[in-house]
Design a protein around this ligand. Sequence first.
Ligand code: FES
Length: 360
Amino acid sequence: MNAKTDFHTLRVSEVRRETPDAVSILFDVPDPTSPLLAYAPGQYLTLRRQIAGEDVRRNYSVCVSPLDGELRVAVKQVGGGRFSTFANHELKAGDLLDVLPAAGHFTAAFEAGEARNYAAFAAGAGITPILSLIRTALRQEPHSVFTLFYGNRTSGNILFQEELAALKNQFMGRLAVYHFLTLEDEDIDLFNGRLDRAKCDAVLSTLIDPAAIDMAFICGPEGMMEAAEQALLAKGVAPSRILLERFASSGAGPLLDDAAQVRVAAAAGRSMKVVLDGRRMTVAFDAQAGNILDSVRATGAAAPYACKGGVCATCRAKVIEGEVEMRVNYGLTSEEVAQGYVLTCQSAPVGDGVVLSYDA
Ligand code: FES
């Protein structure tokens, strides 16, 4: 058994419609000491379900706080998304879903004695992990304040609008929420349009003092995240104070450039020793599969994965011997990389003699 990579089968106790295109899913976790409730605010769960005969896995951020003692994620429907369509249209209370314990680095250690100034930039479903952080920060640090800049298309699309309004009332003067809408016009022009670089610059010049920001959280579509990050950096906010959460696109990850294709082809057939669940096996690198994870799974071994996009780190393994090349890495910290961990869904052996362990 591996506590981090073994799925738990949980009963869904509620599927709540949040907006026309998003639901939240509450899980029944009868044991209050379950590792599933030991998440950090801002982390995500990997959900697994057989849909039309296929094993479909997706990551969804927890939208509640560990202080709530419950486990709830939000799922926004995306065009053609198998899991999100299933969750929005078929899933109901009483159904079973397979769930991995929470993971992810988009979190902060909140401490009661601190008086900090937090800022967050979110768009669409990007509010989900940020709502978890807001709920936790305001309760755990009674002297801290939080400012949220939140972009959506219309007011009807605003996920967790009522929760945010209730939190503003509950924590009077400690939570400021600014909404930005692309398809509805406000009297104040600043609040019309998307959170692009110009808008983020304007926000940081008028609505918050960047020098006072202790930590900034960013989650949403790639363009918005880049705009917010660059605007914060340009205003002098240190990179160590900026945290980004990327949602994995499902599936194959980035395309290989020509040089990487040549390297992967050159790795074909290289023999690797792989340790998984206490077993040691010999695996030949499968250039067709293009990565170590799929080469291992092709042998029938249940190597763990979720996103296959270099984001979730579920496929993490430690290189014990030899050299491995990793294509993209959004999921491991620099410390983990320095310790020899790689994302096997993004990796290929550089030479012979690679030994790696999923158990380390
Ligand atoms: S499966 Fe998500 S990073 Fe590899």
